[in-house]
Design a binder for this molecule. Structure first.
Ligand SMILES: [Zn+2]
Ligand SMILES: [Zn+2]
Ligand SMILES: [Zn+2]
Length: 439
């Protein structure tokens, strides 16, 4: 049966009120529900892979994804007598922190807990590497090597498929395996936990099962809780349980078992277990970082004053916040919703970073050996890898000549923030140097 035929049968059953998301998930977990489609379609929908996904991003900038949580369940390993918690134990969970953005730990608007993944080992990967994990999740096969259909599960699924495509370069639709998307917020309405159009937060949904998770807003924990809530809602009545205890037992189980294999297939491993969000070394964590780095942004802001921990531009959360604010302003000014510089502008910025003057946001860290340095990575100049060369305005303040100019090309923020006044090509010959900011 072709994928589009399968999808249209599901849609038809939805529109005729024969099926809802909760029932579809129950069916795929081998629970008996009233007939809703052809025998063939129902058979295929009894063995999909359930893929849960959750992402976290920097609280001031949605374009900077900091974490991805992903869960995979092969429903062909589910047995019809399994309890919901047996099913939960058959899932495989991943928690990945994105190297480029891992220093952006939310603490103000929506505090996050990236270091508190409760269901396995967090790994660190470059944003470009995450695609491999998504490919893995969406290309699971059965024993005969046939690709399995996928049901995508999330909490508050909105434009997630688009977001995944934009940030990780992975087109879920193009895989030709996605048969349905299930949103646990929608399921919560279907099982009458909440009346439409009200929406239920994940913590509130978990509380319906007497489960408290202290470290939500960790993409890994969020996706595991979403999958648990989905399974518990789909299986609701037949298995009354002390869910709080089962949840605690499940955590213990993960701790002891470590990562499982799924359906006898090797488990994907991605990225590095050890990574310093401050200096990007893969030999220590940030709490043990002794790297002497130079952040031109914080130095400029504090006027050379005290900075809590030496860090680079690439690991400066203040700079990221500032950039987000500038991007918002630029978008408002330009009347567009673009949040990044055009490729040509960022290429020009990257191409001219050889300057060593302190205010430049360059690509080479000036190493300053710590008096009692023991870490080898502190002694050699560290060159920031190219993937860290962000598309960003190079200077935290504009060229005064350009920003005040009446020429729209000149006062455009992309241009005005791309250089210092002393380097300005519009500066009259022989005029005095200096920046407006420092005066
Ligand atoms: Zn470090
Ligand atoms: Zn800084
Ligand atoms: Zn200028």
């Amino acid at each position: 049966m072709k994928l589009d035929q399968l999808i249209s049968q599901i849609e038809l059953a939805y529109s005729h009120g024969k099926l809802d998301q909760t029932q579809l998930l129950a069916h795929s977990l081998r629970l008996r529900i009233p007939p809703f489609a052809s025998t063939d379609a129902e058979e295929i929908l009894r063995r999909p892979v359930i893929v849960g996904i959750d992402a976290e991003w920097f609280e001031y900038d949605k374009s900077r994804i900091t974490e991805l949580g992903l869960s995979v369940l092969h429903t062909d390993t589910v047995w019809h007598l399994d309890s919901p918690w047996d099913i939960v134990r058959k899932m495989l969970h991943f928690h990945v922190r994105i190297m480029e953005n891992a220093h952006l730990v939310n603490s103000e608007l929506c505090p996050g807990h990236p270091e508190k993944f409760q269901f396995g080992q967090t790994t660190f990967a470059k944003q470009s590497e995450v695609k491999a994990l998504l490919e893995y999740a969406f290309s699971q096969t059965d024993k005969r090597g046939q690709r399995l259909p996928v049901i995508f599960v999330g909490h508050a699924v909105d434009n997630d498929i688009q977001v995944i495509k934009e940030h990780f370069g992975f087109d879920i639709d193009a895989q030709g395996v996605l048969v349905a998307t299930i949103d646990t917020q929608e399921m919560a309405r279907e099982v009458r936990f909440v009346n439409p159009p009200a929406k239920m937060r994940l913590s509130h949904l978990m509380s319906k099962f007497c489960i408290v998770e202290n470290y939500l807003h960790n993409a890994g924990n969020d996706v595991v809780c979403t999958m648990i809530a989905a399974v518990l809602m789909a299986c609701s009545d037949p298995f009354p349980d002390n869910h709080a205890k089962s949840y605690a037992d499940f955590k213990q189980h993960v701790l002891v078992q470590g990562s499982q294999t799924i359906a006898g297939q090797p488990v994907m491993s991605l990225g590095s277990r050890v990574f310093c969000t401050n200096c990007h070394s893969s030999s220590h964590f940030v709490k043990h970082c002794n790297a002497q780095l130079w952040c031109s942004f914080s130095q400029g802001q504090a006027g050379g004053g005290i900075i809590l921990r030496p860090h680079g531009d690439f690991s400066c959360i203040k700079l990221a916040k500032w950039q987000a604010e500038q991007n918002t302003k630029m978008a408002q000014d330009a009347g567009t919703q673009s949040s990044l510089l055009s490729p040509s502008v960022s290429a020009a910025i990257t191409a001219s970073t050889s300057t060593t003057q302190p205010m430049s946001i360059g690509t080479t860290i000036v190493p300053q050996l710590a008096p009692n340095s023991t870490h080898s990575h502190e002694t050699a100049p560290v060159t920031i890898p190219s993937y860290l060369q962000l598309s960003m305005p190079r200077y935290p303040f504009p060229c005064a000549l350009c920003i005040e100019s009446l020429d729209p090309m000149q006062h455009k923020p992309q241009h005005a923030y791309s250089h210092l006044e002393k380097d300005c090509i519009y500066r009259p010959m022989g005029s005095a140097q200096g920046t407006a900011r420092n005066q």
